[in-house]
Write a protein that binds this ligand. Structure first.
Ligand SMILES: CC(C)(COP(=O)(O)OP(=O)(O)OC[C@H]1O[C@@H](n2cnc3c(N)ncnc32)[C@H](O)[C@@H]1OP(=O)(O)O)[C@@H](O)C(=O)NCCC(=O)NCCS
Length: 158
């Protein structure tokens, strides 16, 4: 055993974060449909790959797409637009690694604030973001559908 083996979740070995590619889209859309009641279409993901100021990333283990994140930046503001990890790969630090990757890239792009919105009942995501120091700035009443629910808007100073 290597010195730090006990600190590394075994499934994290071999995790790679890279730019999202067109060939990833079927896998991404499959995870998206499993993860959300109102999933993004393949076209929305496709557009993120080619839009200026978009940062779409894939999490890959053994050539399998296990998660993704889409963010963008305008002036000094970044936004996390979408994030999901396949059910079979959750609680292994993959979302954390994806967010860390985006934070580094947004800082390189001189962003000072990072915003996102999340369903009020989404405790997993809220805990993840709180762990990075995101704070609630306000709520948007009945923002989401299926089911109807408030959005919590969170912000992190970079
Ligand atoms: C939210 C989501 C992306 C988290 O992905 P993940 O890879 O499992 O998250 P991580 O393993 O990186 O978790 C990092 C931290 O987030 C928090 N967290 C993640 N999942 C959690 C859960 N189910 N319950 C409570 N806390 C959770 C924990 O603090 C965790 O740290 P720990 O495992 O050391 O306790 C994943 O559950 C998912 O895809 N959900 C459906 C889509 C979604 O809600 N996306 C976010 C939209 S805003």
């Amino acid at each position: 055993m290597k010195v730090n083996d006990q600190d590394v979740k075994p499934e994290m070995e071999g995790l790679k974060i890279r730019e999202l590619r067109e060939s990833d889209l079927p896998s991404v859309v499959a995870i998206e449909r499993l993860s959300f009641s109102t999933p993004w279409s393949e076209t929305l993901f496709f557009n993120e790959i080619y839009k200026q100021r978009s940062i779409p990333k894939a999490a890959v283990i053994d050539n399998r797409i296990v998660g993704y994140i889409c963010a963008n930046h305008v002036a000094d503001e970044g936004h996390i637009l979408n994030l999901a990890v396949h059910h079979d790969f959750r609680r292994r630090g993959i979302a954390k690694t994806l967010v860390e990757n985006i934070l580094a890239e947004l800082k390189e792009n001189a962003c000072r604030f990072l915003y996102l919105e999340v369903r009020a009942s989404n405790n997993a995501a809220r805990k993840l973001y709180e762990g990075f120091g995101f704070n609630i700035v306000r709520t948007r009443k009945a923002y989401y559908t299926e089911p109807k629910e408030d959005a919590v808007i969170m912000m992190l100073r970079l």
